[in-house]
Design a protein around this ligand. Sequence first.
Ligand code: ADP
Ligand code: MG
Length: 667
Amino acid sequence: MAVLELKNVKKYYKMPGGGQYEALRGVSAKFNAGEMVAIVGESGSGKSTLMNTIGGLDSDFEGEILYEGKNLRDFSKAEMVNYHKKSIGFIFQNFNLIPHLDLIDNVSIAMTLSNIDESVRRERAKELLKKVGLEEHMYKKPDQLSGGQKQRVAIARALVNDPDVIIADEPTGALDAETTDVILNMIREIAVEGKLVLMVTHSDKVASHCSRVLRIDQGQIISDQEQVKLEHKQESREEIQVHNMNMWKAVKLAFKNMKAKLGRNALVSTGMGIGIMSVILMLSLGKGVTSYVSDQMNTYSNPLVTEVHKNTTAKARSQSMSAMQQNNSASVAKARQQGISSLTGTSSASAFSDKDLKKLKKIKHVSKIQKGFTALSLGGNQVTFKKKSASVIYLNTVNNSIAKSEVKKGRLPKSGSNEIMIDSGTADTLSKKLLGKTVKAKLQLGTKTITKKFKVVGLYESASSAGQMSTLFLTYKDLKKLFKDNGSTLKANVVYLTSSDKKYTSDIKAAVKDKGFSGSMQEQMTEMFDSILNVLTYVLTAIAAVSLVVSAIMILVVLNISVVERTQEIGVMKALGARRKDIRRIFSSEAFLLGLASGIVGVVLTGLLSLAINHFTQSAFDAAVVTMTPQYAAIGVVVSVVISMIAGILPSNHASKLDPIDALRKE
Ligand code: ADP
Ligand code: MG
């Protein structure tokens, strides 16, 4: 039985302006194993068209092509892939070697596509390179070879899966006369070993070396002559099992290509890495600042206690601002007075009325409500001990929110015995042993200033660095009496609510705000911090979003360029039996690798940047504000890979759908 049989094969090409061009007009022929057939004809006579059709690269033809009696038209997809991989070996005029692979990889690419083990592949490739006399060059890249050497590599590649048919389309067309002889002898050797060789040529001299000459003109066979019979040697045939290429091999191929375009890929990865960096930084900064703030919150006070202020400080401030804008000296003076009195705690607006207290008492889970007074003095409060004086900024009442750990030495003052607690910083400036001693204190009570002796029973040290301000504490009861003795009344300007359980504290804080009161100064600061963080997060999110979109486009463009650059390579791979899936996999692997590299670049950049930021904030606030966790790094890498793979879908699909004939025609 003939290896190949053509029955009335016709091929039409569609013309750009409509209509058809008949490139093959009913070609019929039989070809047997061991034949070396020269296909001769003028340029444009249809030789390449015939070869591509026989080779299964073009299935859009009329008539029948039988391979070992089986109609190509009836081949399943898998059978067609096998036909490419095992039955047909292509040799092209312009070699079509893959530029970024070394000779071994070029020769064994068909085996890679067949999922054959690396060691077997290399062994076989070396053996074939030796056969074509190139074993010394096997680690070179194609562009380091001469034309004749390249064609020898291409011959080795065509033979690697031990096919039955070799199709060579003008294999010597690009070679000089001397090299032509070498290549021809090699191809002849293939036929001598028992394979069917179909070789297109222009040259009659070349044709004279063949066992049969088929002349074609305008898509028809015009003569078919048997010449010398070849003497056959029987070669022992190797049975090569072909399978489908797996993902890992696709990744490896992609990796080799990426290495060849290292500079470009490094640039793209850096670009995308910056986008990924903003994602990770955003998450890490959010986490770092939040935990810093909540750390501060927790050290400030007793977690059961909520400090409540009247919502006046902000109001007073905005009033004075608007008064200044009005440029009315009377209202400026009034507003300034209000601002000061609200700070010093003596404004009537900051005092709690009975109605306010009732409202607060009604909040759920409040087990205790304690009145307090806190005032900022502008130089009016002073403590004197043995001729040394220190001014005290805050006058405060003893309250439930003071944590036990904040009383560094001694105890809290008790009512009725003129006891006070002062912060340890102020105490130290007066004497190292102030605890238990009696000091003279000048205190500003509303509009009056009094001087009185007190016993220091406790030294206070705020748990937070922001709370280190000179403060004098006495009980509310004592302070109330002091006011009364001096002809005025003390009105609470702060209230402490104790929760029946820690878990209700946040509900109470929320309820306090609901009812129109505000929290402690620290809480207000935290809120401010939070809103700054929010703005920062928005900015970073915007940067991240924009740069990720840009990166996605960049990757799309780069992969598209890669597809265009490698059109020929894609054509070769398809001719060697690569499925669409395989091509798609190679390009999506590239997208994957680009994404992975970008993700890693992003993680490294974030790491470096967070070191710098933390170094700065460490010295500014004594805290690291960027906390990059392994999870955030992982999220960054995953986001990068996902975006990159999405961007890679279009180019990969485009590559997989390229027509191998078009792809191979491209120079
Ligand atoms: P040869 O290899 O003998 O030089 P080809 O088989 O390449 O010739 O081409 C045969 C004829 O078919 C030529 O006239 C060519 O212009 C035409 N042809 C080849 N490919 C196409 C195509 N894709 N679209 C339209 N016409 C084509
Ligand atoms: Mg041609």
